[in-house]
Design a protein around this ligand. Structure first.
Ligand SMILES: Cc1cc2nc3c(=O)[nH]c(=O)nc-3n(C[C@H](O)[C@H](O)[C@H](O)COP(=O)(O)OP(=O)(O)OC[C@H]3O[C@@H](n4cnc5c(N)ncnc54)[C@H](O)[C@@H]3O)c2cc1C
Length: 494
């Protein structure tokens, strides 16, 4: 019997992990990718000896990587040279205070007690609770498929959603643990990793800082893109074919089946199954025949976007930790600017990735490679922004803040700059609204069964995988998405 054919649109992390499972289970798999390299938002830029991860830089929740790699027949820890970062990151508050995040209680205790006497014991309780949310939600919400509404709305699941405090705001929950002004920010800003406001996210998301402080943060030597390269290598070994610089333009359908993938160069390919790893709302809007579903997706809440500067520096800045977070002194106002006005405030919060001190191969000797991520509102047709002006504002504000924090001559040492704005995220990766941390947001009404499904309701052989379907965005979750979509394909097509 001939093998069933599968075409996958997109060589992102989720697309490639799906390709491996399907190829290993006897499918004939081809991946079509619009860009020239694999990895999508986990891609890489190399210029003049400087190396930058395009998007993902923090390897969190290593337990999920380990578990999904195992299902691919791989030992995660043997695939990479992994560094366990003793300082997870350094947090700079706008008032001159700083906090080193570490799994080590001996590092955390004196710092927390100095900021708020008695806070260490409450910090431990907060992390314990957050990690219990992670374990519970992993088992009952994130790492399983929901095929029918009644599987999601069982009494057991309702009890779980109550247990996970989805009814309570994270910003309210954190006040039970800390009175100091800065500590609640320190343990809720992580919501921005999944593109949502720390002021509005449910308490469930205390699982983000809790997994950091429990499992730590790893760094693969060579950068996060190594994960994409490994998946590409393993996929090829399993027989997956890759076609780069190939843009899918339409999916032709017939009755209840997706039949043919049409490319921008006029070529076409028929396939038994189609898996879309490209952003899901983009696929409904641009690749499929127009339906009400696309309009419904437009009405969903989308994650925020980011302006990213990659700087090749002629000087090494050993003062940078591997990861640094600079929180705005007008924290609440800066969040409102992003999430209420889809814009950017003066004095924004931002994050810096400076991998050179962990991994000297990231820059020429004596120099530095630094990426700055500034969260910002997403593209919104009803509220258009002057992105060039916002980019200039972000650059000026970041440089001013760095001078204030003691990086006085950094601007003089910028040899070159590469910048990604929301417009670039949309045009390079087809991410709807440039909402790179989703694109669909992660409020509780957009999670589990309520998140766009990983199979099309009408076209029974059309599947989705990646950040906008279940369970959500971020490399660990899109790996889980690949596991869940693959499981479903095998269940429905074997
Ligand atoms: C600035 C930034 C920082 C981030 N930081 C982190 C982090 O620290 N840790 C973390 O875990 N995650 C982080 N993320 C999120 C993480 O990068 C993503 O969740 C993950 O890479 C998404 O993978 P994916 O496979 O779902 O989608 P993608 O990476 O978007 O892959 C989809 C692929 O489809 C291709 N494609 C699109 N349209 C077409 C078409 N028509 N034809 C052919 N191909 C097409 C795209 O080019 C792309 O390669 C960050 C993201 C960004 C942007």
């Amino acid at each position: 019997m001939s093998k069933k054919s599968v075409v996958i649109v997109g060589a992102g992390i989720a697309g490639m992990a799906t390709a491996i499972t399907l190829a290993k289970n006897g499918f004939d798999v081809t991946v079509y990718e619009k860009n020239s390299q694999s990895g999508g938002r986990c891609g890489q830029i190399n210029r003049d000896g400087h190396r930058f991860d395009i998007g993902a830089t923090i390897l969190l929740m290593p337990s999920i990587y380990r578990s999904v790699f195992e299902t691919l027949g791989l030992n995660f820890d043997e695939c990479f040279e992994l560094k366990d970062l003793s300082t997870i990151y350094k947090l700079y508050f706008g008032n001159g205070e700083q906090l080193i995040f570490s799994k080590d209680d001996a590092v955390m205790k004196p710092q927390l007690e100095a900021m708020e006497p008695g806070s260490f014991i409450r910090y431990k309780a907060y992390i314990r609770t957050g990690y219990s949310f992670f374990r519970d939600s992993y088992k009952n919400l994130l790492a399983r498929n929901f095929y029918h509404l009644f599987e999601f709305t069982t009494l057991a699941n309702v009890m779980m959603l109550i247990r996970l405090k989805t009814y309570l705001k994270h910003a309210t929950f954190i006040r039970r643990f800390f009175k100091n002004k800065n500590l609640p920010q320190a343990f809720t800003f992580q919501n921005i990793y999944v593109g949502q406001s720390p002021l509005k996210a449910p308490a469930l998301f205390s699982m983000l800082p809790a997994t950091e402080m429990t499992e730590g943060a790893l760094f693969p030597i060579g950068g996060m893109h190594q994960i994409a390269l490994k998946l590409e290598e393993v996929a090829k070994e399993a027989g997956v074919k890759f076609d780069f610089n190939k843009v899918a333009e339409k999916i032709e359908t017939n009755g209840r089946l997706a039949k043919t993938l049409i490319f921008s160069d006029g070529t076409a390919i028929k396939s038994d199954l189609i898996v879309v790893n490209a952003d899901l709302p983009y696929a409904y809007r641009n690749l499929l025949p127009d339906t009400k579903i696309s309009q419904r997706l437009d009405r969903k809440t989308y994650s925020c976007s980011a302006i990213v500067f990659h700087w090749g520096l002629s000087k090494a800045y050993s003062k940078f930790e591997h990861h640094s977070i600079f929180l705005s002194k007008e924290y609440r106002g800066s969040l409102d600017a992003i999430f209420e006005h889809q814009s950017l405030s003066e004095n924004p919060s931002f994050y810096i990735h400076a991998p050179v001190h962990t991994d000297p191969t990231a820059a020429p000797s004596g120099e530095d490679s630094v990426s700055v991520i500034v969260p910002i509102g997403h593209l919104n047709e009803k509220n258009p922004q002057d992105w060039e002006a916002l980019k200039n504002l972000a650059r000026t504000e970041v440089l001013n803040r760095l001078v204030m924090e003691g990086f006085t001559d950094l601007e003089d040492h910028i040899k070159f700059e590469i910048c990604y704005t929301p417009v670039a995220w949309k045009s390079i990766f087809n991410v709807s609204r440039g909402s790179v941390f989703g694109s669909i947001g992660h409020n509780i009404m957009q999670m589990g069964y309520f998140r766009p499904h990983n199979r099309h309701n009408h076209y029974r052989n059309l599947y989705f995988v990646g950040g906008s379907t279940h369970p959500g965005n971020g490399v660990p979750l899109v790996l889980l998405s690949a596991k869940l979509t693959s499981e479903r394909i095998l269940k429905e097509n074997s």
